[in-house]
Design a protein around this ligand. Structure first.
Ligand code: PMP
Length: 448
């Protein structure tokens, strides 16, 4: 046992008896389609720490897939939800209530359309990321009356039929569901670590590729919108080169195409700024939010320039649960916490995390690249070769070993370990995670 193993918490073999029993019952009744990588059965959580039903403690660096932005059971969020629940659990979006309007006001104040481009914003509320994307796609088509869209290879936007038509972080996501929505063309996302094009500027190369597409096969005048994640999430935590989003913005302006930023994973403080697009000072026409917005309560939002969303006629788009008071109360508390310090904490702790991972990368040649912004960090694992072959099995093994060592992680891309702890995470917890990760890498490399 090396020195790093001292901080390993697990006392019993995993899964413990209670987790085993729950997982066995669940297998009888739950869809087998959930991608479940290891047997964590949750009991409760506080901040960055979660406990399973057998009493084992884990550091949660997956945070419900970047959802638990304020940490588990943040008292301010819990109080806000309890307060709302005491008043009423639901009123449909046919009516008005304070939490919903207050959330609209917060989103309008924080929206990058306003902060970066000086335009007023409006929002449409729903329950999830995929619904927000559906709303954004419908809004773009409704406003432009154009039939086509561009999306990006490696993008992830959800699993309902419209968003699924863009989702391509793994080919299996669309497998079995064809035909998807017509009119969607995928283009490569710039990846300087794995360049597809000659030349140093992969962002410019992709923009040239889109121009070529417009000349040869997809008439720009028929394109309603370009849908892009400002930092690609499920596809591998890819940070675009400087100038890329600005180039997309210019291309859209030139052709009257709407630019949709899917900030479902990267938004709401995750990258150290309220929205990821702020890193490059580029405002979209439409933005989608979900995940971290509600700290775990299901909520999504389509945020758009008022000049665009105000074109929706009464009844053009709607739902039953949009503006649910519990979800809105959680989102209001979350946005306040993020604006008042958690985005800054993500930037500060994220910088420390990147530095510590950089040190690890010097010790382990299988770490090909560490990249990200704030607390959206990916560590790409490669076979130890010049071709940078993705080390898929190693990535899986590291994540499994980390679970057994008391650290919850998820993968993205072909072989990238991703780190997306709550935005409340402290330096000490990051240092603890680094030790657990080092132990997990040692074990995985040793074939343990
Ligand atoms: N967009 C992005 C960028 C996402 O990462 C996800 C979920 N991983 C979605 C949309 C879909 O969100 P949901 O699972 O809430 O439908």
């Amino acid at each position: 046992m090396n020195a790093a193993m001292k901080s390993v918490h697990i006392k019993t073999a995993l899964p413990g008896p209670k987790a085993q029993a729950l997982i066995a019952r669940d297998a009888e009744v739950s869809s087998p389609s959930y991608p479940r990588d290891y047997p964590f059965a949750m009991s409760h959580g506080r901040g960055t720490v979660v406990w399973d039903v057998d009493g084992n403690r884990f550091l949660d660096f997956a945070a419900g897939i970047a959802v638990c932005s304020t940490g588990h059971a943040h008292p301010q969020v819990v109080d806000a939800v309890k307060g709302a629940a005491d008043r009423f659990l639901h009123i449909s979006s046919d009516y008005w209530h304070e939490e919903m309007t207050a959330l609209g006001e917060r989103l309008a104040r924080l929206a990058p359309m306003r902060t970066l481009a000086g335009e007023p914003a409006m929002s449409f509320l729903c329950q999830s990321g995929t619904e927000a994307v559906e709303g954004a796609l419908k809004l773009a088509r409704y406003v432009t009356r154009r039939p086509r869209y561009l999306g990006f290879l490696g993008g992830f936007h959800g699993r309902t039929m419209g968003s699924l038509s863009f989702t391509s972080s793994k080919y299996t996501q669309q497998l079995g569901f064809a035909p998807t929505m017509p009119g969607v063309t995928h283009v490569p996302f710039p990846n300087p670590y794995r360049p597809l094009f000659a030349g140093a500027d992969q962002g410019k190369a992709v923009l040239d590729y889109i121009r070529l597409l417009f000349e040869r096969s997809v008439p720009a005048a028929e394109v309603a919108a370009i849908l892009v994640e400002p930092i690609q999430g499920e596809g591998g935590y890819l940070v675009p080169p400087d100038g890329f989003l600005a180039g997309l913005r210019a291309l859209c302006d030139e052709h009257g195409i709407l630019l949709i930023f899917d900030e479902v994973q990267a938004g709401v403080g995750r990258t150290g700024k309220m929205f990821a697009c702020e890193h490059w000072g580029v405002a979209p026409d439409i933005m989608t939010l979900a995940k971290g917005l509600g700290s775990g309560l299901p909520i999504g939002a389509v945020v758009a320039k008022r000049s665009i969303m105000s074109q929706w006629k009464r009844g053009a788009h709607g739902n039953t649960y949009g503006g649910n008071p519990l979800a809105c109360a959680a989102a209001n508390a979350t946005l306040d916490l993020v604006a008042e310090g958690l985005a800054d904490n993500a930037a500060r702790v994220g910088a420390h995390f990147m530095q510590r991972l950089g040190e690890l990368a010097r010790d382990y040649p299988c770490i090909g690249e560490v990249r990200g912004r704030g607390l959206m960090i990916g560590m790409e694992l490669i076979e130890n070769d010049a071709e940078r072959t993705p080390a898929r099995a190693l990535c899986e093994a590291v994540i499994t070993r980390a679970f057994h060592n008391g650290l919850l992680l998820l993968a993205c891309g072909a072989s990238t370990v991703r780190f997306m702890p709550p935005l409340t995470v402290g330096i000490g917890e990051v240092d603890e995670a680094i030790e657990l990760l080092r132990a997990s890498l040692d074990q995985a490399l040793a074939g343990a």
